[in-house]
Design a protein around this ligand. Structure first.
Ligand code: OOG
Ligand code: MG
Length: 264
């Protein structure tokens, strides 16, 4: 059998997304796989996407920051991924399902930064201070693995299942909202499918973002001025079928809407 290399798996992940097809999980067969190696694969995949899709990094996403998501995916730790400019979808529009394998949608809180965040130990207070505004967001995740099943290392290599993201249009200073008690009502086709509060994200989404800032610092990366960071899902993710409409209302922060259709 051919040995698996970083180059092979990067190509396979890239081709799976392009070809709208799944891959078997590989982390358990990958020689010497550990978290660092999984992020090495992610980094190479992101680099390839930037080059071949002629796009650039726009920010970061946290994954698996809530108990609901950790239980849903059978993992016990958060992860992060990289957002690209060509992953943005417009709020309110109906989007084609053609590019997706088996996409799911989840409500998140996005933080947009007005300062670079560097340092040896970054606190949630520094995250608050560096945030320009927070805004309700949706993330579309689309694992490249069969049946949306993976180990933490597989998911990290797959850029934390990232696919698209949608920002709402009501912006708020993070000091103006309660980052624990702000309630969220998530509706699919008019029916309430989940309710939660921001505390579902590691007790407070600013804590999750500080966790990520410290994690990426170990790989000599940092959150840059102008970048967006998605907090990680506030509720469980919902599968997207053609014709579905989703709405999430955030107390005091407004509502975000989107829908999906077959074809362009
Ligand atoms: C991994 C990505 C999870 C979130 O917000 O928790 C994620 C996955 O569940 O596919 O984006
Ligand atoms: Mg997410």
């Amino acid at each position: 059998m051919e040995t698996i290399t970083i180059e092979n798996v990067v190509q396979d992940l890239f081709d799976a997304e392009k070809g709208v097809k799944t891959l078997p999980q590989f982390a358990n067969e990958f020689p010497g796989m550990d978290e660092d190696k999984a992020y090495d694969i992610q980094e190479k995949l992101v680099q390839k996407k930037c080059e071949e899709e002629n796009t650039a990094v726009s920010g970061w996403k946290l994954g698996l920051t809530s108990k609901a998501k950790q239980q849903m995916m059978g993992v016990h730790e958060p992860s992060y991924g990289v957002l690209l400019e060509n992953m943005v979808l417009i709020e309110g529009d109906s989007h084609s399902l053609t590019p997706f394998i088996h996409a799911k949608l989840e409500p998140e809180l996005a933080f947009v930064f007005k300062k670079d965040i560097q340092g040896s130990y970054i606190t949630p207070a520094q995250i608050m201070d560096a945030t320009d505004y927070v805004v309700p967001a949706f993330e579309v995740i689309d694992s490249r693995f069969e049946a949306f099943k993976f180990t933490l290392h597989d998911a990290i290599a797959d850029n934390s299942s990232s696919s698209r993201y949608i920002l709402g249009n009501q912006f708020m200073s993070p000091e103006k909202i309660d980052l624990q008690l702000t309630g969220i009502v998530f509706r699919k086709n008019g029916e309430v499918v989940a309710t939660s509060t921001l505390a579902a994200v590691m007790g407070n989404p600013a804590v999750a973002i500080a966790w990520m800032a410290n994690k990426i610092a170990k790989r000599n990366q940092f959150i840059k001025k102008g970048q967006v960071v998605l907090s990680g899902a506030i509720t469980q993710a919902m599968h997207i079928s053609p014709g579905d409409h989703f709405e999430a209302t955030f107390d005091g922060l407004g509502t975000i809407n989107t829908s999906f259709q077959i074809g362009e």
